[in-house]
Ligand binder design. Structure first.
Ligand code: SAM
Length: 238
């Protein structure tokens, strides 16, 4: 068999509305949680019977926003600063021969109502609308290996960027937090990871403004003297 088709069983609802600034793995931004909506006929309540006995699940999905880009044998992992190349199979690059990703995500709850099956998830690394092709329970006895080696990706990436909200955004933050509790922590956690492209991080006097679509907001910031300054939080407009 040289190829086969697989079915999309559901999709992800995520606070990350674009690829830029999404954490590179789940768990890195605790405030960035989401939901998985199962599609018919996989939304049969029987298909999730027993699932709530598991605290974490593997979500297998399609890198649908990068799959057009194809793949190459060598890629540049961002955590190596974008300079060194590694074999695609030694990385979690989204540009793979088959655009399949896998994320280990906390399962908080399963909601079954009105023909809908919705999985409430913890911190994730997926863009809104990501197509899901499978769900499997996480089995710590087989999949948690304390002595495992992980080469250039042994440790969690450091997120030591200082993030401040400039005075002009304070009032908006207070207002928006009434409907979006935890908004400031979420923005801070996302930006602490410094989502700028690797080559920009080394520039000393870069004065560029950045923007990202999170939840229903357009967040704008710049980096000055290694401090991230959020200078606008606006309702997102297309
Ligand atoms: N945990 C998964 C894995 O290891 O297979 C994904 C890791 S991948 C490095 C995570 C990145 O994929 C995110 O930072 C985001 O930029 C990108 N991403 C998330 N959802 C995507 C999608 N549906 N299509 C393409 N890229 C996506």
């Amino acid at each position: 068999m040289q190829s086969f088709e697989c079915n999309v069983i559901g999709h992800i609802e995520s606070p990350y509305k674009e690829k830029f600034a999404i954490p590179r793995q789940p768990g890195l931004v605790p405030g960035g949680s989401g939901r998985l909506h199962l599609h018919s006929p996989y939304n049969d309540p029987n298909s999730v019977r027993g699932l709530t006995q598991f605290s974490h699940i593997w979500v297998l999905f399609i890198f649908h926003q990068t799959m057009q880009g194809g793949w190459k044998p060598l890629v540049r992992p961002p955590r190596l600063g974008g300079n060194e190349k590694m074999g695609v199979f030694a990385t979690r690059s989204t540009f793979r021969p088959n655009p399949i990703g896998m994320s280990l995500i906390e399962l908080k709850n399963v909601i079954v109502k009105n023909n809908q099956v919705i999985l409430e998830l913890g911190s994730l690394d997926l863009v809104d609308g990501t197509p899901v092709i499978d769900i499997k329970p996480y089995l710590p006895f087989a999949e948690s290996i304390a002595t495992a080696k992980a080469g250039f990706a042994q440790d969690a990436p450091s997120d030591d960027m200082q993030v401040i909200f400039l005075p002009q955004v304070q009032q908006d933050l207070v207002k928006y937090q009434q409907s979006y509790p935890g908004l400031s922590e979420f923005i801070q956690q996302v930006l602490m990871q410094d989502p700028r492209p690797a080559y920009k991080k080394h520039g000393t006097n870069e004065q560029r403004d950045y923007a990202v679509h999170l939840l229903d907001f357009n967040i704008r910031w710049r980096v000055i003297d290694s401090v991230t300054e959020v200078f606008a939080i606006e309702p997102y407009e297309k």
